[in-house]
Design a protein around this ligand. Structure first.
Ligand code: AMP
Ligand code: ZN
Length: 493
């Protein structure tokens, strides 16, 4: 058990609508499943936000010394264009449009996803399973649900019988939706389906002749329904009942509601103890989404190549911007908000960097580091409240700056708590990295250019003592000048 696991970590559980004191099923260990991306196009910043919220949560659990098995899947089949089990498979459609194999689409966007997450300093999950790697498991689940007569076959497809399930269970337990309302609202949308009732959902779909992604099954050559993959993979790696299931708010219904129904129909257990939902990143007040084009891609924010941006922002600044909001609050993206985050991030990094130069005083002390550290934990223990944590970090920044200006003092023991806690919360838990912002890079580049020009002038006047001094002192601080036929360039060690 970690030293802080006894502090009461509270998690907001969507299932009960309340913050609850977290207790893992098995002491010191946590099983966490998070729905991964459907890899049919580049992830946008909205997707990044949801995965980042769970990366921060994963990091905090690890910091608390829990042994975490974090499973985040890759959806590489079965996600249709529309949630009512209609339309083309998203990946198959992309493959058809680009005239490539569906698995080429999957490969391309899985690589893109991993690159983006690396850029934003994500920790890899413990297991990253794919839907197509678990077709056998999905077929076995369907067989059991059919035996229990909670699903039925129609024309080679298998549908989950929501009304029958609801006779002895509560379909709507997570989302608060009522089956009667669902019947009323979905009937019109669902013209020519094989379903007995419009709110039923597909466990298996028979493939049309032109559908390329297909697997044999006892009922037809076809493909599994989207919801089923997560039930199959979470159960396989975490068990029939596990601690935490996460995803974006928009997955609560129907995806997660259906996961609960399938699992209970299959093995009679409520699968998940804590359901966690991360809120949306919006742009102009509208949810960022692939389908509407209302989104910003990670590459665009990094290089500034988007008319909504006045410049590019570094990955840690974007991460800091996202961490400044609570994961359950909507966050609206804007250039101005990013500019403000960049200022805050720079101030935080300057303070952290200056910590190594601060000298402790023997007896005078103006900073209660133990109390401050406990406030940092209290913020995180209150449902991962990163904005409050950041406010606490800035109260320490204020002290650091006062100490630097000789307006305050700190003892050795307080200083070492301050250093260790800053390191842990800023880098290990929030996942920030101390790399120069674009703005700082620009200023650094301009300064070195200035020195190169001064060195050139010195050389022109045959003042080699000065030109060598400039070159050598730059080497001393890790900047190497390279003289070439097109002039002098520099590299940073
Ligand atoms: P998808 O690849 O569409 O299945 O989405 C992957 C994850 O990103 C899911 O957890 C979604 O809930 C989440 N997501 C999609 N759009 C947004 C958004 N605008 N803001 C935050 N999360 C989002
Ligand atoms: Zn899922």
């Amino acid at each position: 058990m970690g030293k802080y696991t006894s502090n009461k970590l509270q998690i907001y559980n969507t299932l009960t609508g309340e913050k609850e004191v977290f207790k893992s099923l098995s002491e010191g260990a946590i099983g966490m499943y998070v729905c991964g991306p459907t890899v049919y196009s580049n992830v946008h910043l909205g997707n990044v936000r949801t995965f980042m919220s769970f990366d921060m949560i994963f990091r905090y659990f690890k910091h608390l010394d829990y042994k975490v098995r974090y499973v985040r899947n890759i959806t590489d089949a079965g996600h249709l264009e529309n949630d009512a089990d209609q339309g083309e498979d998203r990946i198959a459609k992309k493959a058809r449009l680009e005239q490539i194999e569906p698995m080429e689409v999957v490969q391309r966007y899985t690589v893109d996803f991993h690159n983006i997450l690396n850029t934003f300093n994500f920790l890899p999950p413990s297991i990253e399973p794919t839907a197509t790697g678990h077709i056998v498991e999905q077929i076995e689940i369907i067989k059991t649900i059919l035996e229990k007569e909670l699903a039925y076959e129609a024309n080679g497809s298998i549908y989950f019988d929501v009304l029958k399930y609801n006779e002895s269970n509560n379909y709507g337990i997570l989302s608060g939706r009522n089956v009667e309302d669902l019947i009323h609202n979905t009937r019109l949308l669902d013209g020519q389906s094989d379903k007995k009732n419009p709110q039923d959902f597909a466990l298996w779909k028979k493939a049309e002749p032109q559908h390329i992604m297909r697997w044999p099954s006892p009922w037809s050559d076809g493909f599994p329904g989207w919801h089923l993959e997560c039930t199959a993979m979470s159960t396989k790696y975490l068990g029939e009942n596990f601690d935490i299931h996460g995803g974006g708010m928009d997955l609560k219904f129907p995806h997660h509601e259906c996961e609960i129904a399938q699992a209970k129909a299959w093995h009679n257990h409520s699968p998940v103890n804590y359901w966690m939902h991360a809120n949306m990143l919006t742009l102009n007040g509208q949810k960022m989404a692939k389908s509407t084009g209302n989104n910003i891609l990670p590459a665009e924010i990094l290089n500034g190549d988007n008319d909504k941006l006045t410049k590019g922002f570094s990955a840690p600044v974007v991460r800091f911007f996202m961490m400044q909001a609570h994961y359950r609050s909507i966050l609206d993206f804007s250039n101005d908000a990013l500019l403000a985050s960049e200022k805050g991030f720079t101030k935080l990094m300057e303070a952290v960097s200056s910590l190594s130069k601060i000298e402790a005083t023997k007896d005078a002390n103006d900073f209660d580091a133990i109390k401050w550290r406990s406030n940092c934990y209290a913020a995180m223990n209150d449902d991962f409240n990163t904005p409050i944590l950041i406010a606490e970090l800035f109260s320490a920044v204020k002290y650091i700056n006062q100490i630097k200006d000789n307006k305050a003092s700190i003892t050795n023991s307080n200083l070492s708590i301050l250093k260790e806690t800053m390191q842990q919360f800023v880098f290990d838990i929030l996942g920030l990295e101390n790399i120069a912002t674009n703005d700082q890079n620009n200023k650094l580049g301009a300064t070195i250019e200035l020195l190169i020009n001064m060195r050139n002038e010195a050389r022109a006047q045959k003042d080699f003592a000065l030109s060598d001094k400039i070159r050598d002192e730059l080497i001393g601080i890790g900047i190497q000048l390279k003289d070439g036929k097109d002039g002098t360039t520099f590299i940073l060690d």
